[in-house]
Design a protein around this ligand. Sequence first.
Ligand SMILES: [Zn+2]
Length: 476
Amino acid sequence: MKFESTIGLEVHVELLTNTKMYCGCSTEFGAKPNSHVCPVCLGLPGALPKLNRKAVEYAVKAGIALNCTINNHSRMDRKNYFYPDCPKNYQITQDKFPLCRDGYIDLETNGTKTRKIRIERIHIEEDAAKLFHTDSGTLIDYNRAGVPLIEIVSKPDIKTPKEATLYLQKLKSILQCIGVSDCKMEQGSLRCDGNISIKKMEESKLGVKTEIKNVNSFKGLEKALEYEYKRQLKTIQSGEILKQETRRWDDIKSKTFVMRNKEHANDYRYFPEGDLVAINISDEEIEKIRHTIPELPYNRAARFVNQMHISRQDAYVLTMDMDTADFFENTSKLVERPKSAANWIMGDIERLVNETSRSIKELKFTPKQLSELIKLVDSGVISNNIGKIVMEEMFRAGKNPDEIIKKNKLDQNNSRDEIYGIVRRIIDENPKSLEDYKNGKKRATKFIVGLIMKDTKGKANPKIVNELVNEEFNKR
Ligand SMILES: [Zn+2]
């Protein structure tokens, strides 16, 4: 019997406004605990909220970029719950009348195929305070209380854990591109809850779902959903009844744990927020916001494929992040083959950036300098391997490639006479290879070429080396 999973994601995104949702306190991350607070965000009696217009504008911008319908009229509601992270004992959010609804993201699931993942709604709300559980008790930082959030709720259109991470990555690249959030998962400005259920392939009725909380990385999301799929499958196959519950993902133990089950589900008793007027946005205002949206990652990827003749896959990877896409575009304008620029950026540069936990924005060299390196390699002045050495130095010190080559005497050796001498010497030193070659092992040339490249520290022109080794083997 074959089972399949059905997944929906609820993504919370902190907006990049300077001030909080209902007061003028700063939203700066990492400030001294409880230094950005006032009577409103501390929920003191009599304090009145005032809606942050910039947050509404950002939410509308996100809605447009995610193909949503923007509601001209929406309103704020109170969601009642009692917990120390919410000092008012209710969160001001949107229930029945959210700002945006019925959007979608096109997902490239399988190379050229795309599939629509529908977005049910995007609403605005405030973040809660951050709790720190210690051995001696719980500490609370109210700096985060009242920070503007949007919640993006997908329909259960996602089919696999892998698709869920692709969806989240795409969502992140769009939100970063339009500048409404920095989407730093490690700082909690992008957080995700996953709903997952499983059912038999041929059935249409959805299974009992679990909600997974506390996921804070792409890898964590995929692992948590995979774990939950297996756990649900095992439960069903052993004949037990699956319970609807909320579970917490533990990254270190790589397991989910029960937080609460349905019997203990909260009744939030939503009702309209009486201290804030309804939100009215005219079509003209929506159009004005639409015009502030830059070229979105997937449009840019399509343009890269058409203009620069790179593959869809490469274009997709390069446009996941705005800075990478900018760096690629600026470099490729200066070189003959944009594909070379793509290879360097997705290969050596990406690796070096990851190894040093830096970002492409912090590179010490410019697109112009990268283009010079590409020209040197593509025209055969230096070999690809030497190019890699030069790149390491450019990454470390930000110098010009020709300067690095001169200083370290890395120029490629193109002298046939000189290389011929080395070829003869190496073949003399390895008579077994010649014997193998004569016995039909044509690959023996590769071994000799490898030895020569090693002997010359990669400086011999590989094309000449190959030619001379073949000539010499056939001559002897
Ligand atoms: Zn405040």
